[in-house]
Write a protein that binds this ligand. Structure first.
Ligand code: GMT
Length: 372
């Protein structure tokens, strides 16, 4: 098949998932065309069967806001026509689903039918998409998609709750390439972070308000009172400085490292003992799944779809949003004993296998085949 994939090219979960999907499809012999404003971060170097088309947005003094959606729709038309694509798969509704609708209508006038599949990822529905400045367009363009998928049962339910959706939404859960994350820890790296064999806790996100990164610092401060430990913060975003301020206030800044955006998550996860995800909402929590695949147990909130991946007492624990004390105790109960930690690590890795790329990608292929 010749498949167009549209996504955000950044470190966010939707872009990561879309890129990994494209790479997996290309490996299976499909021809994949990425249409994005920048090369997706997880794309890596040259891969046969993958082409990348950059959306250029020309500026003009009149534009206070350059019309990205128009440029995207026009690029879609160009790529679909000139490469005779079979279908277009857009990730994250805003503005990809509406740009795809526009491209589809243009191509229809020229006698080409291009099926559009929209995958909903989370904040496109639960946060941004619900804002009334976007909601009518989001509702319309989701309904106009030929197929709609959501990355968790919870997100499917939320979509029906908040939008008037007239079509079925298929749940195709997020996936992880388990083989990529089953890495041996690099000893030298572990020693740099935890020179005296301290436990390593980890949080990775885009540091938006929804992630509640201050809770991560508070949990760590409690854990650190009882167990020699270090905290790694991976990623960057608006709340990073708040987290840094809090770590100084709580006297744990020397035990915390902010390492910024990182591409080699598998190497970082390989040295970690516990992953913390304190979000107010997660449609799925791909970062937590990647942690589990690397054999790292997860302490998370029970918000959104997190309960669909984190099994309390097996792969980690969950607590209500903001329940910092509970999450600190849960973290300690896992980290205090080597044998207990080992058990959680093994079960987390075993559970992640259910979400392995080889189990989930065929579900997308099956969906695509319906339109050929
Ligand atoms: O978490 C973010 O803020 C990034 C966001 C995105 O769209 O890039 O992630 C969403 O999509 C991921 C992949 O499907 C999910 O694993 C995340 O849970 C989801 N984030 C939220 O729902 C907040």
């Amino acid at each position: 098949m010749k498949i167009g994939i549209v996504c955000y090219p950044t470190f966010g979960g939707s872009g990561v998932l879309a890129t990994e999907l494209g790479k997996a499809l290309a490996q299976k012999g499909h021809l994949v065309h990425f249409i994005t404003y920048q090369q997706p971060v997880r794309l890596g170097g040259f891969t046969p069967n993958i082409l990348y088309h950059e959306v250029q947005v020309p500026t003009y003094p009149l534009f206070d806001y350059p019309p990205y959606e128009t440029a995207l729709a026009s690029t879609m038309v160009d790529v679909i026509k000139n490469n005779d694509l079979d279908l277009l798969h857009v990730h994250y509704a805003i503005p990809h689903a509406s740009a795809a609708y526009m491209a589809k209508q243009i191509l229809k006038k020229e006698g080409k039918n291009i099926p559009v599949i929209t995958t909903l990822h989370g904040t496109d529905i639960t946060l941004v998409g619900r804002d009334k400045t976007y909601a009518p367009v989001v509702t319309f363009s989701i309904n106009e998609s030929d197929a709609i998928t959501a990355v968790s049962q919870n997100l499917r339910d939320e979509t029906f709750k908040h939008f008037h959706i007239t079509k079925e939404i298929e749940v195709i859960v997020n996936f992880v390439d388990v083989s990529r994350f089953s890495r041996k820890p690099i000893d030298a790296f572990r020693k740099v972070i935890a020179p005296n064999g301290e436990r390593i806790l980890l949080h990775a996100s885009n540091f938006r308000k929804i992630k509640r990164v201050q809770d991560v610092v508070k949990i760590f401060a409690e854990v650190n009172k009882q167990i020699p430990s270090k905290l790694l913060f991976v990623g960057d975003g608006p709340e990073r400085s708040t987290a840094e301020d809090l770590s100084r206030e709580l006297g744990v800044c020397d035990e915390i490292r902010f390492v910024g955006k990182q591409e080699q998550m598998e190497d970082i996860l390989a040295i970690a003992d516990l992953f913390l995800l304190t979000s107010e909402y997660e449609s799925f929590g791909l970062a937590a799944l990647e942690a589990m695949a690397a054999g790292v147990p997860v302490i998370s909130t029970n918000a959104g779809g997190l309960g669909e991946i984190n099994i309390p007492g097996e792969t980690g624990y969950m607590a209500d949003v903001g329940e910092v004390d509970t999450m600190s105790k849960q973290a300690l109960s896992i980290l205090q004993n080597d044998e207990i930690l080992k058990g959680f690590k093994e079960r987390a890795a075993a559970h992640a296998k259910k979400f392995d790329i080889h189990n989930i990608v065929p579900l997308y292929e099956k969906l695509y085949e319906k339109f050929l």
